[in-house]
Ligand binder design. Structure first.
Ligand code: NDP
Ligand code: OXD
Length: 310
């Protein structure tokens, strides 16, 4: 029984040692060193080359190295039919995302960009700040990461609303769904956080219409995928003064081109796709738990539903 690691961007050595500490009985191989193809039961993958997962007759699950599955969905021809694709759900990602969202929300809420600019010019100017209870935050996507961020923001005292595809209930969170729910939430969000998966339905969702529906002076935080945002519409909303700012962690394509206007835009806070990283130390136990389920004859959790696209 072998686990095959296929990723050009994740740290194979770290994964090998974390998994070996938990399951020394499962040999770890790094593609293209497959060994006996019939022995490969599990793959841990991100953007696999098209032929990497082919010809593995006993493959039982493909574990995505990311919470998003576009690293696999973007290469459908690499996915053997009938083998479940499992999303990464683990404590490090959930905590990391909640921290990133809280960091960005608090920074905009307390005028971080304004004070950094004042420091540059030596200006001593005290500005009035709202209380957290007066700043409404809306979250697009109330899944694993959206809920984690919502809990953190509630703990900080922000009124939080969330939007999902299907109806949801969450203590202390105003849960909305559907087209009407989206409009209602967006018009009442001083800060809008995007934590949706990338699907045909969500691609380009954050466009001129949605941005115009935000209150004057609102802020966008995008930690999901670059393709959710229509870039020209975002730049127009920032430049017209309708939006006060944006925190962007994700782009399309990545890395962001050196001459892209986002880099030097005065109203944009940019990070290089680091909102939440899959860390082998916290993620290996989650993978091992999924393997244990399969070994017990149970279906793994968080299997991607191809018809929904996430
Ligand atoms: P989940 O699958 O747990 O949650 C997705 C949420 O989005 C669900 O609430 C779902 O609704 C909702 N949703 C999906 N499609 C629609 C739609 N058409 N309309 C309304 N709501 C919709 O995903 P995660 O929370 O684990 O991850 C979210 C995304 O975060 C990932 O896909 C990835 O792109 C991004 N990410 C970014 C990282 C970074 O470092 N920047 C790190 C990790 C992830 P419902 O509940 O009804 O199904
Ligand atoms: C992920 C990501 O999807 O890092 O996990 O973006």
């Amino acid at each position: 029984m072998t686990l095959l690691f296929v990723s050009a961007v994740d740290d194979a050595e770290d994964w090998a040692s974390e998994l070996a500490a938990l399951r020394p009985d499962i040999p770890f191989r790094v593609w293209p060193d497959v060994g006996d193809p019939a022995a490969v039961r599990y793959a841990l993958a991100w953007r696999p080359p098209v032929d990497a997962l082919a010809g593995l007759p006993n493959l039982q699950a493909i574990f995505s190295l990311g919470a998003g599955i576009d690293g696999l969905a973007d290469v459908p021809e690499a996915l053997p039919p009938g083998v479940p694709v499992v999303r990464m759900v683990e404590e490090g990602l959930s905590s990391g995302m909640a921290e990133y969202v809280a960091w960005q929300v608090l920074d905009w809420h307390r005028g971080g960009a304004l004070y950094r600019a004042q420091q540059q010019t030596g200006e001593w100017r005290r500005r009035r700040s709202k209380l957290a209870s007066e700043r409404r935050v809306g979250i697009l996507g109330l899944g694993v990461l959206g809920q984690s961020a919502a809990r953190m923001l509630r703990g900080l005292g922000f009124p939080v609303a969330g939007w999902s595809r299907t109806p949801k209930a969450m203590d202390g969170v105003d849960c909305r769904h559907g087209a009407e729910g989206l409009r209602e939430m967006v018009t009442a969000s001083d800060i809008l956080v995007n934590l949706l998966p990338l699907t045909p339905q969500t691609e380009g969702l954050i466009d001129a219409g949605l941005l115009a529906a935000l209150p004057q002076g609102a802020v966008l935080i995008n930690a999901a995928r670059g393709r959710h945002v229509v870039e020209a519409d975002l730049l127009a909303a920032l430049d017209s003064g309708h939006l006060a700012g944006a925190s962007l962690d994700v782009f399309f394509p990545e890395p962001l081109a050196a001459d892209h206007p986002f880099w030097r835009h005065p109203k944009i806070a940019l990070t290089p796709h680091v909102a939440a990283l899959t860390l082998p130390r916290t993620a290996a136990p989650a993978v091992v738990a999924q393997i244990a389920r399969i070994e017990r004859g149970e279906a793994p959790l968080h299997v991607v539903d191809a018809s929904r696209g996430y």
